[in-house]
Design a protein around this ligand. Structure first.
Ligand code: PEP
Ligand code: MN
Length: 334
């Protein structure tokens, strides 16, 4: 990190600032110019509050040279991380498709969809038991019963389960769940992230509706700082001025995150577009952009789905999608 001091800063002011930095455990290098001094800071500057620094009367500008995320940073971990979900690997060339309904609705529904998506090549089953709905009057999920039904579907098909947590108090219910999802709305629920950092569960961290990639990585950092490095990142569309689609799938996030982090990156074209007919083209695009996997909403009867029917594809449509994704993956390996 570099701090440029304003012209006219006294030696005493500069020295007391340097002392402040040293007390934070940083190495300080002062370079004296004819009119201005520049302070170079070496060490872990992630705890330095840039806003506070910039507000000091003697500071002209501050620039970070290295990113504030350390654990997820590719610079310190050049190899792709491969996350092991009970033998199903994702990242480092391993591609997985998570498919299933937006929410678990009944035993028949979840088991039927699980069997269908498995037959088409899905390798994990999704289904929400705790649903973060915009309206409190909408279906909120089956909660503990939903988790039990997911575990029944796992027993029936062998598919590992991914499902969303909204409150750390529910963690006990997730003991046998393979992948705990943190939804877009909770990406910056820092207490939840800290609690998940103390577990050894695989965490699927979805990008917030209006969050930058740096903020996504800082949220991953919250989990990793607690000791849990099993994180999969998910681009699920961000809010823009466009209204034809539910969100805008930020495809460039995939190769950009690939540069910044070693963590696996998947895409969710269902929540990104909100339209079932756009799910296949955007899945293919995400695979072509180098995603490590996809998360797709599949429902046996989308018209009567209790949640997100408009963006849910049928098992038949999923079958075609999975086939085409395999073809795109083949092209990528040429
Ligand atoms: C979901 O995956 O069911 C979900 C609610 O997604 P998001 O958090 O991305 O809106
Ligand atoms: Mn949904």
């Amino acid at each position: 990190m570099i701090a440029v001091l304003k012209q006219g800063t006294t030696t005493q002011q500069r020295d007391s600032l340097c002392e402040w930095f040293r007390n934070m455990g940083l190495e300080v290098h002062v370079s004296e110019g004819r009119y201005k001094s520049i302070i170079g800071l070496i060490g872990d500057t992630s705890g330095v509050d840039i806003g506070l620094l910039e507000s000091l009367s003697i500071i002209e500008s501050v620039k970070r040279i290295s990113e504030p995320f350390k654990n997820s940073n590719r610079k310190f971990h050049p190899e792709d991380s491969v996350i092991d979900i009970g033998g199903t690997k994702i990242g480092g060339g391993n591609f997985q498709i998570i498919a299933g309904p937006c929410s678990v609705e009944s035993r028949e529904q979840i088991i039927q969809v699980a069997k269908n998506v498995k037959a088409s090549g899905a390798t994990l089953l999704r289904g929400g038991a705790f649903k973060p709905r915009t309206s409190p009057y909408d279906f909120q999920g089956l909660h503990a019963d939903g988790i039990s039904l997911l575990l029944e579907a796992k027993k029936e098909t062998g598919l590992p389960i991914a499902t969303e947590i909204m409150n750390a108090n529910d963690l006990d219910l997730f003991e046998d769940i393979d992948v705990i999802q943190v939804g877009a709305r909770n990406m910056q629920n820092f207490d939840l992230l800290k609690s998940l950092g103390k577990t050894n569960k695989v965490i699927l961290l979805k990008r917030g509706l209006a969050n930058t990639l740096k903020e996504l990585l800082m949220s991953a950092e919250y989990i990793m700082a607690g000791g849990n490095e099993n994180i999969i990142l998910c681009e699920r569309g961000i809010r823009t001025f466009e209204t034809y689609t539910r969100n805008t799938l930020d495809l460039s996030a995939i190769p950009m995150l690939r540069e910044l982090t070693h963590l696996p990156i998947i895409a969710d074209p269902s929540h990104a577009t909100g339209l079932s007919r756009l799910v296949e083209p955007m899945s293919l695009a995400a695979a072509a952009a180098g995603a490590d996997g996809l998360m797709i909403e599949v429902h046996n009867d989308p018209e009567h789905a209790l949640c997100d029917g408009a963006q849910s594809i049928t098992p038949e449509q999923f079958d075609t999608l999975a086939l085409k994704v395999r073809k795109v993956r083949e092209v990528l390996s040429l």
